[in-house]
Design a protein around this ligand. Structure first.
Ligand code: AGP
Length: 622
């Protein structure tokens, strides 16, 4: 999961590339680089670390070069250092490119290229692609000795010839020294979008790097390439077949990707949950009739209502939302449902009976494992739906139908508003499916009325930010935490643990609260905070028992409780309250204090909240 940005136009490319890379830095940030093409040479600048390190090594703004490519890296092959940073040149120095993805057969290709006399500088798989293109470009003939067709642009032909040898995934932006008026972008398994401006083009991994220049875009599909020249652009397959692509309107706006006065994107995205949840629900909930309208899948509801089994697949936070979804589908629609880790599902040769519905949940819509699970489900004949946030993303375009979260770009690597919106969409789906099966109108109306009040209730939790920061501060030297919940709050315990882990680097584990006595309670000391989600629900008495088991052994408790519950206060070393709501909808409330706890812990520890170490926002590699 790296960030690619390329500019082809009349303006100075350097500042555009740097600004674009900053907007993509959340995709990967362990090294960065740009290549500018001017006066018959490539000027390449690259360095380990953040974009700011790259800015430090750039010469005074180069205003001559109006064509260039840039890259911010999340290392897959080769440590994050200057030689492994992108862009990569071939050994003739005529081809330069940036790459997002993984070349699976890079080792065998590298061995063959070395035998053919190619030189390598880096340990990366990407340099193999550069040398492969350079090889075909220089020799001007294919591996089988066939000369390049005379009527073809040699650069384009060399790219296509090289990619027929490559197995793996790639988003590529490529330049050739001999063809200063051409830029090529290619997509397979990693996102790539062409922004189409007034006589200028921006090729990028996602729209955040494009929106500043144009709102018109072409979303490339797998095995498609774009050939950009001063006269315009052509889209074709990597086998050189013309492809007609429609221009789409980019749906995000600049202010959605600006910090707007917040210290971090994660802080902004936690705070904007009330309004983006309202946007997510808007026009989809008919309280009066106890019905839900989800335009993207309205035609699938009939099949959905008759299905015998639903399988969901996702990763990370999206998987936790899927686990809430599993409970909701079974409780409200009485449909057997299971949520799978996409990375496991795809390799298990899964059984999908006739009529199974498969639902992929993914904020980015680009997660490689989830995309692979979608493809597996499609091969097995399932009806495949997507619950996705990024409009036009690969998963959104691969599924048969789906529901967009409509919460705007989520930039912080730690997912927050996407989780609550995923749960909201799953709740709406479960209620509507229930209505088409056994759920009565009264029950549905009650649930939907409660659902419409969730955004305002989330807003009330925000007022506890300082209180939650003090709790984080008081426990900041605790290196191991437990998060415990029952029923629908068990997935929230998992999510709370993940949030804390991924941005504060504190080890945390989420568990069903009842599981403590089956082993983990052996861990309890007064230096291991136990976070209990103990809201008023059908498990309330039981979870009080679990809290007492921990306290009886000297454990310290941080309790998420329902506003006005004075009874539970006696069991809490720290108490955070959330407004009451029906049990099925509590995850959208109980997760918020855990998001804030993780955020404050990371800030107090001085970590880069939005770009935590070793992580990236969208895991487009397996
Ligand atoms: C969550 O905070 C993490 N950033 C990560 O687990 C994420 O949820 C996971 O990679 C799935 O991403 P997706 O929703 O974009 O598919």
């Amino acid at each position: 999961m790296c960030g690619i940005v390329a500019y082809f136009g009349k303006k100075p490319a350097q500042p555009i590339l740097i600004e674009g890379l900053k907007r993509l830095e959340y995709r990967g940030y362990d090294s960065a680089g740009i290549a500018l093409l001017k006066n018959g040479r490539f000027d390449i600048y690259k360095t380990p670390g953040r974009i700011s390190n790259l800015e430090d090594i750039l010469p005074p703004e180069d205003l001559q070069a109006t064509v260039g490519i840039g890259h911010t890296r999340w290392a897959t092959h080769g440590e994050p250092n200057t030689v492994n940073a992108h862009p990569h040149l071939d050994d003739t120095g005529k081809i330069v490119l940036v790459h997002n993805g993984i070349i699976e057969n890079y080792a065998s290709l590298k061995k063959w290229l070395i035998k053919e006399g190619c030189q390598f500088r880096s340990q990366t798989d990407t340099e193999v692609v550069a040398n492969l293109i350079g090889y075909f470009y220089e020799k001007n003939c294919a591996r089988d000795g066939q000369n390049a067709p005379k009527d073809r642009n040699r650069f384009e032909w060399a790219v296509q010839e090289a990619l027929t040898e490559v197995h793996g995934t790639y988003g590529l932006a490529i330049m050739c020294l001999d063809c200063p008026n051409v830029m090529i972008g290619v997509k397979k398994g990693s996102p790539l979008i062409l922004g189409v401006g007034e006589n200028e083009y921006v090729i990028a991994s996602d729209a955040a790097a494009i929106i500043e220049h144009t709102s018109q875009a072409v979303y490339l599909s797998d095995n498609e390439m774009v050939f950009v020249t001063e006269g315009g652009f052509e889209t074709k397959t990597v086998t050189n077949i013309e492809v007609r692509k429609e221009l789409s309107e980019i749906e995000i706006s600049l202010d959605q990707i600006e910090l707007e006065g917040f210290d971090h994107y994660m802080q902004k995205e936690i705070a904007e949950q009330p309004q983006v949840l309202e946007t997510c629900l808007n026009g989809r909930v008919d309280v009066k009739n106890g019905r839900v309208i989800l335009g993207g899948i309205q035609n699938q509801f009939r099949i959905l209502a008759r299905t015998k089994r639903v399988i969901m697949a996702a990763c990370g936070t999206a998987w936790h939302a899927g686990l809430v979804g599993e409970f909701l589908f079974e409780q409200l629609a009485r449909i057997p449902t299971e949520v799978e880790y996409a990375s496991e599902f795809r390799y298990r040769n899964p059984i999908l009976e006739e009529g199974t519905i498969f639902i992929a949940i993914s904020q980015s819509g680009e997660t490689a494992d989830t995309l692979a699970a979608v493809e597996q489900a499609k091969e097995r004949g399932a009806t495949v739906l997507g619950i996705v946030n990024v409009v036009g993303s690969t998963i959104a375009r691969t599924t048969d139908a789906g529901v967009y979260l409509r919460v705007g770009p989520e930039i912080g690597v730690a997912s927050t508003k996407a989780f609550t919106a995923q749960v909201a969409v799953l709740a709406m789906l479960a209620i509507e499916l229930g209505r088409r099966r056994h759920l009565g109108a009264d029950a549905a109306q009650y649930l939907l009325r409660e659902l419409m009040q969730i955004p305002q209730k989330v807003r009330r939790i925000m007022a506890q930010s300082d209180h939650i920061r003090r709790i984080a501060q008081a426990n900041i030297d605790r290196e191991n935490w437990l998060f415990l919940g029952r029923g629908l709050n068990y997935p929230v315990a998992l999510e709370g643990a993940l949030k804390l882990k991924e941005i504060s680097y504190i080890h945390a584990e989420g568990l069903p609260a009842a599981e403590m006595k089956h082993g983990p309670i052996a861990l309890i000391t007064d230096r291991m905070p136990a976070v209990f989600i103990a809201t008023k629900c059908s498990h309330y008495e039981k979870i009080i028992g679990n809290i007492e088991e921990v306290r009886a052994r000297g454990g310290k408790t941080i309790i998420i409780a329902t506003e006005g519950d004075d009874h539970i206060r006696q069991y809490a070393d720290h108490l955070i309250t959330v407004p009451d709501t029906v049990e099925q909808l509590q995850p959208m409330l109980t997760v918020v204090p855990l998001q804030m706890l993780a955020y404050h812990a990371a800030v107090v520890r001085g970590h880069d909240v939005d770009k935590p170490r070793n992580l990236a926002k969208s895991v487009t590699v397996e």
